[in-house]
Design a protein around this ligand. Structure first.
Ligand code: SAM
Length: 229
């Protein structure tokens, strides 16, 4: 992927004024939207393959390049790459599901809003959770579409594990950190120093080659690390 990518532009220049109100409202309410049958099927087929291994999610995995890299990095874990776009999932030429069946990962098409809720309802606990370059939804009125502004944020937190979030929009990282604080979790944010031009995802490579600064946030979401509990 060699195309040039422009930095995120937004009519929002700092953390959203309504962040705390929105996050607190979602942390204190139930998310009742019905769950789509196709995600339930994909979820059940994926978790049937865990076989007592540690579980890692690559949420919004795009073409799955990062899912393969993570599976190689954690050979004892089982990695599920999830994306709602069949177009993106279909793009990685080195990936095919029959190979995946013999290995320690699978890549599925599903909506994360439903996948995370199903996982949280089943009390699944993650070893690690990667959310790499989520759509920033940078317009001010898009706050509730960002993961930390969404009603599903509570379920995302319930999944636990070591979270790694990456973004090319620092406001996304700052807002996510503040949302975690409201929920009782500490986090660390830093610039990513790229050692080479080949990123863990194609978006990372594209942003890096376009000269953009990239950011990451890490947090331990295990309930024992929650300072409010
Ligand atoms: C900017 S792309 C990044 C993809 C990949 N992580 C990368 O860095 O190359 C964001 C991805 O999130 C996926 N996505 C957004 N909302 C989603 C949802 N509700 N459920 C599943 N995937 C979603 C999109 O389809 C898209 O592939």
């Amino acid at each position: 992927m060699k195309s040039i990518s422009r930095s995120v532009t937004s009519n929002q220049l700092t953390v959203h004024d309504d962040l705390a109100t929105v996050v607190n409202k979602h942390l204190n309410s139930e998310f009742k939207k019905p769950i789509a049958a196709h995600t339930t099927d994909a979820y059940q087929a994926a978790i049937a393959q865990i076989n007592n291994r540690k579980l890692i999610l690559d949420s919004g995995c795009g073409n799955g390049k990062s899912t393969l890299a993570i599976a190689n990095q954690y050979p004892d874990a089982f990695v599920i790459g999830i994306d709602k776009s069949s177009h993106r999932i279909g793009k990685l030429s080195s990936h095919n599901q029959s190979d995946a069946a013999a290995q320690n990962y699978t890549i599925i098409r599903a909506d994360l809003i439903d996948f995370w809720r199903l996982s949280a309802n089943d009390n699944l606990q993650l070893h690690r959770h990667f959310i790499l370059y989520p759509n920033p939804w940078p317009k001010k009125h898009h706050l509730k579409r960002r993961w930390h502004g969404s009603p599903v944020f509570k379920q995302l937190l319930k999944l636990g594990g070591q979270l790694e979030l990456r973004s090319n929009w620092p406001i996304y990282i700052n807002e996510f950190a503040q949302a975690l604080t409201l929920a009782g979790f500490d986090s660390r944010s830093s610039k990513i120093s790229m050692q080479q031009d080949n990123g863990i995802t194609d978006f990372e490579t594209k942003y890096h080659l376009s000269g953009q600064t990239l950011w990451q946030l890490t947090a331990n979401l295990d309930i024992s690390s929650n300072i409010k509990v």
